[in-house]
Design a protein around this ligand. Structure first.
Ligand SMILES: Cc1ncc(C[n+]2csc(CCOP(=O)(O)OP(=O)(O)O)c2C)c(N)n1
Ligand SMILES: [Mg+2]
Length: 329
């Protein structure tokens, strides 16, 4: 049975809406940075949307995710409020983290979003801790870490994968291979041709996905989540994907091959792939998808309008929530 046969209409509509929301959020953030409205260092997820949505479709609020410096998409996929996130990026005290997290430290613990994270491979160890909590509480929850191809050579990643096996905890390591770590191609940085085999050598199954195809990611992630939720210990998802922008907003991307970006947008677009699949199966009409496009654009417009008008932190608020005081000390 194909993945689109497994999914009902509501799930298909939600998947498309989720990917489209991330796409438009990111493209608008790009525009607002370029016209000077959003300050700070920002990494866009455009092009990788199917990974966040395909994985998070299997999770609920009680499951946890930990993200990366490229975290907007993961947070939206896990249910972060889009307007609150935009306000956060605009540095408003009405933002999800009162404007103090910004792009690289968005979090919403009530939704199981343990945070974006500026430390490459900082997420996998945190997900092992969260997975251990789930195991001790015996609550059937799983803990997902998203990380990139740049994370797989980091010791923290190796240690987390090993410890997850030793402790037999429901941690899921989602590796998004977009072929670049900053400006360095994976062919230079990773001294191994078979990352799946290298990761599986830690002692858990890894499911491979086409990161431009929601259905492929959904299927692979479904197997990983099922494995971990059933008490079989950790699992991995390895997705090949592509980022449509630079490493950060403003990156001149001199390292790209000629025509590479055009090719990615044309041939590795999860939204185009999803629409093509629906046209083929007839499960959703293009008019239904067009209607979602219109709704999403209106939501992003509303998010930006509200963010521009939203309160900025006062001088007093700047030092609030920075330190926690324990007892009387
Ligand atoms: C421990 C650590 N080393 C280096 C950096 C600088 N740095 C920020 S992002 C990045 C590349 C990460 O590449 P990847 O994991 O593939 O994620 P992507 O940017 O492709 O999403 C690097 C080296 C960092 N933030 N943390
Ligand atoms: Mg990368």
């Amino acid at each position: 049975m194909s993945q689109s046969e497994v999914l009902g209409r509501e799930q298909l509509l939600a998947a498309y809406r989720g990917m489209k929301t991330i796409r438009e959020f990111e493209e608008r953030v790009h525009a607002e940075i370029m016209n000077g409205q959003i300050a700070g260092f920002t990494h866009l997820y455009t092009g990788q949307e199917a990974n966040a949505i395909g994985v998070c479709a299997h999770l609920d609020h009680e499951d946890t995710i930990i993200s990366t410096h490229r975290g907007h998409g993961h947070c939206i996929a896990k249910g972060a409020d889009v307007v609150g996130m935009m306000k956060e990026l605009f540095g408003s005290s009405e933002g999800l983290c009162k404007g103090k997290g910004g792009s690289m430290h968005v979090a919403d613990v009530d939704k199981g979003i343990l945070g974006a994270n500026g430390i490459v491979a900082g997420g996998p160890p945190i997900s092992v801790g969260s997975a251990l909590a789930a195991k001790i509480r015996d609550n059937g929850r799983v803990a997902v870490s998203f990380s990139g191809d740049g994370s797989v050579n980091q010791g923290t990643c190796f240690e987390a994968m090993n410890l997850a096996v030793v402790l037999n905890v429901p941690a899921i390591f989602v590796i998004e291979n977009n072929y670049y770590s900053e400006h360095t191609n994976i062919s230079y940085a990773v001294g191994c041709d078979d990352l799946k085999a290298r990761t599986e050598a830690f002692g858990f199954p890894v499911f491979v996905a086409d990161g431009a195809d929601f259905f492929s990611v959904h299927e692979a992630a479904g197997k990983a989540v099922e494995h971990a939720r059933s008490g079989n210990g950790p699992a991995g998802v390895f997705a090949e994907t592509g980022r449509f922008h630079g490493h950060f907003v403003g990156d001149p991307q001199y390292y790209r091959a000629e025509g590479e970006l055009e090719d990615l947008r044309e041939n590795s677009c999860c939204l185009k792939n999803f629409r093509a699949r629906m046209a083929e199966t007839g499960e959703l009409g293009s008019d239904e998808l067009d209607a979602i496009d219109t709704e999403v654009l209106a939501l992003i417009e509303q998010a930006v309008t509200e963010s521009k008008a939203a309160a900025r932190p006062t001088a007093e608020q700047v030092t609030e929530d920075v330190y926690i005081h324990y007892g009387n000390a």
